[in-house]
Write a protein that binds this ligand. Structure first.
Ligand SMILES: [Ca+2]
Length: 50
């Protein structure tokens, strides 16, 4: 199975800002780069923020 990702990422779904839509939180294995992507309510995610 090919995997072109350069690093493994952890990924968690959760409602970060309690608006009822699941948001996506990713973190690199280095543990220093956590990114939150907010669900805009239509099934897509906004740009990441640290
Ligand atoms: Ca949310």
């Amino acid at each position: 199975m090919a995997n072109t990702a350069s690093a493994a990422y952890g990924m968690v779904l959760g409602d970060v800002e309690s608006d009822g839509d699941l948001d996506l939180v990713t973190g690199s294995t280095s543990g220093t780069n956590v990114r939150v992507r907010l669900n805009n309510g239509s099934g897509t995610f906004g740009s990441g923020s640290n």
